[in-house]
Design a protein around this ligand. Structure first.
Ligand code: AHR
Length: 658
């Protein structure tokens, strides 16, 4: 059970101090990481670099009432051509991907000559086809290459010629390629399209230009330049921003997305690996569609690419308690996988560990190798459940999964779940349950006002170190102003101080696309080409990129008892660097005294990064630089004063000399 006492700040702080030794207190080396959820178009239309929306014609009204197989597609018949467009299901590429489009080209028009050529309808390439509008159209840049592909099959007696082009809003062709579909089987056709000029409102057009009938599916367009040039890869700019943070881990695929709002749309990892045309697409709990193009293979690959530990969160065999639209805490909407299916479900969890870590001769390790990754992914953590309602059904299923993982894979750290704090009994019940089972870590979630983070910065000083440890899997103060970010910085110094009981922490949510945002406070906002880094991003980055594995107390003293002043000092034993984080959440600058006499052979000059500004300042896509970190050098000595600007976070990184 958690011991959370409402005692005075001074006393609580003292109890944490007593654990500090002159060599520092060992803290979690994987304290700060990232939470990734496919919310706010974070995956499809976001980090996943696919530019075609509804590429596989699998959108349905279940995703969104007004959506259907041809959402984001337009049927076009330029130059008085005619034919038809249907969606069919009788001969799919794979049963997991049942819908495909069928173009019947009955007549291909003739471009007008003489005066007739000036008639707008007579312009362009004649044919019968489709135009994809992307996710709010597509941005292409002059000279950049785009990898086009589609699956097609010839459904008429004769082959069908296709012209594929990138077009600007006026129909100007920016790149074009021709191919002939000449097989009655589904085959993949590819082309590289190089944009002749920039356009931020580009469409992809596919035209049948000879009479016949053709099936098309998985129409795809990726920038050639994806992150690390991976196939089926990630948007380079967004992925790089995450890589720059140097997170210790990445949690995926959610959030509520992981357990889904009903048994039908729980996130089942096996549906998301293998060739994209064989993956199972499904309704996204946040009101749109998941292609699973960004699936478990891509998540693990990305973690490896940026040196972060993967933290997959699997459903605890129960869905969100708000399933079925009950939308009330304490609702009875939670659905549970029937007990007679639990054996298979537990196997699915164990198979994930084998898929990630097993040798190439194991069943699932072989599948990982076949996908291009013979080496293990070194999975260490598995989350089970996401802020679930703690019902008897949950408890029974969680225990079965937990016991099975512990028995077969004692090397894996299982992270359990508790209900959201502080709203309900599921938080308390969840903790009690996890402690009874001795689950190594549990996942706490809370979203609060900034002053809550300031007032509650001593929360974990009183946690019982001998019981389950904490993964603070989701937290944020409501808002993206500097004052929000600074309140989080104050709290994060406390997370470092308590890094012997808080093992991991991740801000949430991570990404949010303009005009497609379901959750208003997020770390990075973006559209199809620009990004807006919030002050919260900069604060997170300064902590993730400057983590330590030893915490030192009594290094920073402040002249005031003001709770908006906070500081931490950690050492990164890999580099030997000493890292100070100094936060002033007040309206006037404040002096802090720094005593580094505990450390030997420190450099006299250090790297310093400061984020400061007005409390209400925030960045937007239109004005992304209102708040930006400023980097400089600072002279340091065994004992020095630092004047922390009003509403600021300063990080000072000091090298030790060998
Ligand atoms: O982060 C957004 C949502 O908040 C998550 O999906 C859920 O776990 C929490 O309620």
């Amino acid at each position: 059970m958690i011991v959370y006492l409402a005692v005075s700040l001074t006393v609580v702080a003292q109890s944490a101090r007593q654990q500090t030794t002159s060599t520092g207190k060992k803290i979690s080396p994987t304290l700060f990481g990232l939470f990734f959820e496919d919310i706010n178009y974070a995956a499809d239309g976001g980090l996943y670099a696919e530019m075609i929306q509804n590429r596989s014609f699998e959108y349905t009204p279940a995703d969104r009432r007004e959506w259907h197989s041809l959402t984001s597609w337009e049927y076009i018949t330029p130059v008085f051509s005619y034919g038809s467009l249907n969606v069919e299901t009788n001969k799919p590429i794979h049963p997991n991907n049942p819908h495909y489009a069928v173009l019947t080209i009955e007549h291909v028009g003739q471009p007008g000559v003489g005066e007739n050529s000036k008639i707008p309808e007579n312009k362009g390439v004649p044919g019968v086809g489709v135009k994809n509008l992307g996710y709010d159209y597509m941005v292409v840049n002059a000279g950049e290459k785009y990898a086009f592909s589609l699956f097609a099959c010839q459904l008429s007696a004769t082959p069908v010629a296709l012209t594929v082009s990138l077009q600007d809003p006026r129909g100007k062709i920016l790149s074009e390629s021709k191919l002939t579909v000449n097989s009655k089987d589904w085959n993949k056709y590819t082309a590289t399209l190089t944009a002749s000029e920039r356009s931020d409102s580009t469409s992809l057009v596919i035209l049948g230009t000879t009479q016949g009938k053709v099936g098309i599916d998985i129409v795809s367009l990726f920038p050639e330049n994806t992150f690390k040039n991976r196939q089926n890869g990630l948007r380079a700019d967004l992925a790089q921003l995450l890589a720059d943070m140097k997170p210790a881990f990445i949690r995926f695929p959610g959030g509520c997305l992981a357990h889904g709002d009903g048994l039908g749309n729980m996130y089942r990892w096996k549906n998301t690996i293998g060739p994209v045309e064989q993956r199972v697409e499904q309704r996204n709990i946040w009101g749109y569609h998941q292609t699973a193009g960004l699936g478990y293979y891509e998540y693990f690959q990305f973690c490896e690419d940026i040196g972060a530990k993967p933290l997959p969160v699997l459903p605890a065999a129960v869905s969100c308690q708000n399933s079925g639209g009950t939308w009330r805490i304490g609702g009875t909407g939670q659905k549970a996988i029937p007990m007679d299916e639990m054996k298979d479900y537990i196997q699915e969890v164990l198979d994930l560990i084998e898929w990630a870590n097993g040798s190439v001769s194991s069943t699932w390790g072989a599948k990982r190798a076949a996908a291009g990754h013979p080496k293990p992914f070194n999975l260490e953590f598995v989350g089970i459940g996401n802020e679930d309602k703690i019902t008897p059904e949950f408890e029974e299923r969680f225990k079965l999964i937990y016991d099975a993982v512990k028995a077969k894979h004692p090397e894996i750290t299982v992270i359990g779940t508790v209900g959201p704090f502080p709203d309900g009994e599921d938080f308390t019940k969840g903790w009690k349950y996890a402690n009874n089972l001795t689950v190594p870590m549990v996942d706490e979630h809370y979203y609060q006002q900034p002053d809550w983070f300031v007032r509650n910065q001593y929360r974990y000083d009183a946690y019982d170190r001998k019981q389950s440890h904490v993964y603070l899997g989701e937290y944020a103060s409501w808002g993206n102003k500097l004052k929000n970010a600074i309140s989080e910085a104050i709290y994060m110094t406390a997370l470092e101080r308590n890094g012997d009981v808080v093992d991991m922490a991740s801000y949430a949510p991570l990404l949010a696309k303009k005009n497609h945002t379901q959750w208003k406070t997020d770390m990075i906002f973006f559209d199809n080409e620009k990004v807006c880094l919030t002050p919260n991003y900069y604060v997170q980055k300064l902590f993730t990129a400057n983590q330590g594995d030893y915490y030192y107390d009594k290094i920073v003293s402040k002249n005031s008892k003001d709770s908006t002043l906070a500081a931490s000092c950690v050492k990164d034993s890999k580099t030997g660097d000493i890292i100070l984080k100094l936060v002033n959440g007040g309206t006037a600058s404040q002096s802090m005294k720094i005593d580094l006499s505990a450390f030997k052979k420190l450099a006299s000059q250090a790297e310093q990064v400061v984020i400061a500004g007005s409390a209400e300042a925030e960045n937007t896509l239109e004005n992304p630089q209102a708040i930006a970190p400023v980097q400089s050098k600072i002279k340091v000595s065994k004992s020095f004063q630092y004047n922390a600007p009003a509403m600021s976070l300063t990080v000072i990184r000091i090298k030790t000399q060998s």
